[in-house]
Write a protein that binds this ligand. Sequence first.
Ligand code: ADP
Ligand code: MG
Length: 244
Amino acid sequence: MSRPEIQVSGLHKSFGDNDVLRGIDLEIGQGEVVCVIGPSGSGKSTLLRCVNLLEEPTEGQVFVGGTEVTDPDVDIDAVRRRIGMVFQQFNLFPHLNVTENLTLPQRRVLGRDKASAAAVAAENLARVGLSEKADAYPSSLSGGQQQRVAIARALAMGPEVMLFDEPTSALDPELVGDVLAVMRMLATEGMTMMVVTHEMTFAREVADRVVFMDGGVIVEEGSPEQVIGSPRHERTRHFLSRLL
Ligand code: ADP
Ligand code: MG
């Protein structure tokens, strides 16, 4: 592996007496695509949220691009700028049109002027195939289009790493493919990605590595062929059998 872009070591996270993450160790190399699978409540979202400090770990360390984000003195905003996050719910600003959704964070967080933010917005809308929706409002778009706008908004910030938390779980089945196609393109372009998903076909075809979590620990990880195709652990087999 090249230098790890994301490194998680000895990560624990508790909410009260609920130990949600119970010692996670994970390294993700530059340009690597890692799919995280596992049952509901196993801690997948909490793990992603600890990587960009939406949740503060109880114990352990997280490094992104060589910077320890769990260092109490770290500039959290500077770290978050390097990490794009896409959620199950698209979280677009409903009162702003598509272009404004993409330019606002660039101007607020990166201090870009209006013209350069608009140029970056246009470029990223083109990447997700939605140039013709530049002036549309989120409510007029399908769920799949809204999610592609959310991805473009994250990309417009120029992240080094993209985190996806079940990006297609809220979509009607016929809209899932377009979103996965955009993610596939990013993977091909060499983006470092951590993707929580139940889309096993995507995981098989796009992931360099699959991580199966259960009960706040990594039960097994390996190539998609290995983890999905011939899982070593009974818990993994049980989980996969219920997806079919
Ligand atoms: P997954 O994404 O795998 O479904 P989560 O990481 O969302 O799992 O949740 C794992 C556990 O952590 C659940 O028991 C959930 O109730 C708990 N949890 C997650 N976020 C919070 C929170 N902000 N406060 C309290 N408990 C939480
Ligand atoms: Mg989740």
